[in-house]
Design a protein around this ligand. Structure first.
Ligand code: MG
Length: 189
């Protein structure tokens, strides 16, 4: 970080404002922020449950997976883990283990949140996008946000979930699969 502009700016302030500004800047610099990104894809299969963001959505297809196939939570877990360079969801919850067969992905998200806390960090906010052609996810977005917020122990306004189609392009648009991306901001306590 370049401190010269800050020093020049401080030199123009009155002594009282200068001290207050220095305290604020010190507090900001001392707060250790980390950012992470996650991405996940699942193929869709006929007659399976479709669970996204902890919410079961009525649809004729669902995600093919070892767990409940919650593509949104998997991307979010990877974003949280990635922020602290803790690896990925496959490292912590291998799909070869019977322990995770059919598991509710909210359980995984709670475990990842515990890892974040154990490392001395808190979750600031998360922003997620699900790409799926059908069905429309908008009616379920707030329920997903509530589920994710509860699992992470944060306020619902710290959780953004967005949905998009891909205009019938690619595997999402051809309804062969669903993808999700997520970013997460963490801060050190
Ligand atoms: Mg997955």
């Amino acid at each position: 970080m370049h401190f010269l502009p800050i020093v020049v700016w401080l030199s123009f302030l009155s002594p009282v404002h200068c001290i207050l500004s220095k305290i604020c800047i010190f507090a900001i610099l001392m707060k250790n922020f980390r950012v992470g990104h996650g991405y996940d894809v699942h193929a869709l299969g006929e007659g399976l449950r479709l669970v996204i963001g902890g919410v079961e959505i009525p649809h004729e297809k669902g995600c093919i997976a070892h767990s409940d196939g919650d593509v949104l939570i998997h991307a979010l877990c990877d974003a949280l883990l990635g922020a602290l360079a803790l690896g990925d969801i496959g490292k912590h919850f291998p799909d070869t283990s019977d322990e995770f067969k059919g598991i509710d992905s909210r359980v995984l998200l709670r475990r990842v949140t515990a890892l974040i806390h154990d490392a001395g960090y808190e979750i600031g906010n998360v922003d997620c996008t699900v790409a799926m052609q059908r069905p429309k996810l908008r009616p379920h977005i707030d329920a997903m946000r509530a589920e994710l917020a509860a699992a992470m122990g944060v306020a619902i306004d710290c959780v953004s979930v967005k949905a998009t189609t891909t205009e019938h392009l690619g595997f999402e648009g051809e309804e062969k699969g669903v993808s999700a991306t997520a970013v997460a901001l963490l801060y050190q306590l």
